[in-house]
Design a protein around this ligand. Structure first.
Ligand code: HEM
Length: 505
């Protein structure tokens, strides 16, 4: 029979798990703070949230309240990295997920390879009445006798089983359902979980359970037979004589982990650009072998129909004011009849095209889910010509041009270095432009694009997050490399919000 001891690999991966799960929870809170509401339905309408962490009330009038108005700032000791830094929070969440999953597979793999699985997998139904008995003992502020801990008592074993074989896989399964690339390509995946927002809610519930578990677990370590379990956890031996030593090592370990959590937050903020570049470089190879291979096919699979269209659709970024863009305001006053867009850059015949010319091209209609990196979604019907058909109006693309720079009449909400606000722009990788569902939409839900949603023209690329789908389009330009424009990060949200140019997750 396997002896359930505490081998070094188990202790090391347990410590690593503690460190990583703290980073996951804290970066998760950073993401939640930008849209602190959870839903079961994909349209995220006002009042349909089942839980919220804000007192703000969302008016029913579409466009009266922006998703950005809902964002809160969190302190750096709580969230990773803290402040209003969803960009860095998302990078951290992605990177730590990879490490956490690798550590999880290492742990579970060794659990089975070494025959140690029996320590947390119950093999008899007796575990249930026995766990209930332990629960009643705890409820009466008692502690089950040491003879129950071989090495764990039934309640403890059930909890550990739940954490490792239910809660952790739940996080693993629901996380990817939040990627627009994955659900654009494989809509069944989100449907299987009850929809994208249901997956997000389940991910949240998993986080709440793991947070509760972590706090209780740490508290109980110091309360339930600490003279036995601390020497086991720290040194792998059941030797109460080494309790003081084990307690010291354990407290130092916890203090070091907490210090590392805080240091990561503060160091991330010392030079946000450096942090952004570093995390991007580490994450990009992972995206390259996962989401980069997924091309949206929402329309072909007829994932959504007219009845799925959201009665309320969130949006971000108010339309330009007359001070920000007198040109756009004048065009809007004239019903955009005089609208004409420059298409140029690395192409053989730069041109100016009008809205009528765009409408004369073959039109594509698609009902698609808009996914914001803040967490909300909305389903709408979009219509317009394909990106590559529009670009063909300007002749041959120079093969050196790998990105399409889309510039807006609207301004950025803030600049990285505090300089005066510049026009919002985004660089779209050629592969995204070539997708079947990449269009310039002039119509939303069978009406001309409303002002809030980007009139007269906006970009739709259904495999990526909303921050790259420029609204109020002013000009299009083929460019060689996104590093040569703006602050060199790929767009306004990348330059000043520290997001990634790759918005597929
Ligand atoms: C202990 C494990 C984990 C915890 C505590 C955790 C927690 C969270 C929380 C609280 C959020 C914010 C949800 C929101 O407001 O949208 C989040 C987002 C997310 N999580 Fe996790 N998570 C964990 C593991 C994972 C895993 C294993 C994956 C992927 C396999 C994953 C992928 C994601 C994704 C893609 C998002 C959306 C983030 C974004 O927009 O960038 N998470 N997570």
């Amino acid at each position: 029979m396997t002896e359930y001891d505490f081998p070094a690999w188990l202790r090391v991966s347990h410590l690593l798990n503690f460190f990583l799960i703290g980073l996951l929870i804290r970066s998760g809170w950073q993401i939640i703070a930008t849209h602190p509401r959870f839903y079961w339905r994909n349209d995220c309408g006002p009042g349909t949230d089942w839980i919220r962490f804000t007192r703000r009330v969302v008016p029913r009038e579409e466009g009266a309240y922006m998703a950005r108005d809902d964002e809160s700032s969190l302190p750096s000791w709580l969230a990773l990295p803290g402040g209003k830094n969803i960009g860095l929070g998302r990078h951290w969440h992605g990177l730590v997920t990879v490490l956490w999953v690798a550590n999880g597979f290492f742990y579970v793999g060794l659990l089975f390879l070494t025959g140690q699985w029996g320590r947390i997998v119950p093999t008899s139904w007796d575990v249930i009445p026995s766990a209930w008995e332990s629960l009643t003992v705890y409820a009466g502020f008692g502690i089950p006798g040491i003879e129950h801990f071989t090495p764990y008592d039934s309640l403890q074993q059930l909890m550990y089983f739940t954490v490792v074989f239910i809660a952790a896989p739940l996080m693993l399964v629901t996380g990817p359902a939040m990627s627009p690339a994955l659900i654009g390509r494989h809509p069944w995946y989100a449907k299987m979980l009850g929809g994208r927002q249901a997956a997000r809610s389940l991910h949240f519930l998993g986080m709440a359970f793991l947070t509760f578990f972590t706090v209780m677990h740490i508290a109980l370590v110091f309360v339930v037979h600490p003279d036995h379990n601390l020497p086991q956890m720290m040194f792998g031996v059941d030797d109460p004589a080494r309790f003081a030593q084990a307690l010291t090592v354990c407290l130092i370990g916890i203090a070091l982990v907490v210090a590392a959590w805080l240091a990561i937050s503060y160091l991330s903020l010392v030079d946000v650009r450096k942090t952004q570049r570093l995390l991007f470089a580490l994450l990009e190879p992972i995206r390259a072998v996962t989401v980069n291979r997924m091309v949206s096919r929402t329309r072909r699979a007829s994932t959504y129909t007219d009845k799925d269209i959201s009665p309320y659709h969130w949006s971000n970024g108010r339309h330009p004011t007359s001070e920000e863009s007198p040109e756009w305001t004048a065009l809007a006053e004239g019903g955009f009849e005089d609208f004409a867009m420059e298409i140029g850059g690395l192409t053989s015949h730069p041109v100016r095209v009008t809205l009528d010319e765009l409408k004369a091209l073959p039109q594509q209609e698609q009902i698609a889910m808009h996914t914001c990196m803040q967490g909300w979604t909305g389903i709408a019907k979009w219509k317009g010509p394909k990106v590559m058909d529009v670009m063909a109006l300007a002749g041959q693309r120079d093969p050196a041009a790998r990105f399409l720079m889309v510039t807006s009449f609207g301004l950025a909400q803030k600049m990285h270095d505090g300089r005066p606000l510049e026009p919002y722009y985004s660089c779209i990788p050629l592969a995204d432009c070539l997708e079947d569902e990449s269009i310039f939409a002039w119509s939303m839900n069978d009406r001309p694009l409303p002002l809030t949603f980007g009139a007269p023209l906006r970009l739709r690329v259904e495999s990526i997050h909303g921050y790259k789908m420029v609204k109020y389009i002013h000009a299009l330009e083929w460019i060689k490399d996104y590093r040569e424009v703006g602050d060199g990060m790929g767009g306004t949200r990348e330059d000043s919000g520290y997001q990634a140019i790759n918005a597929r997750i």
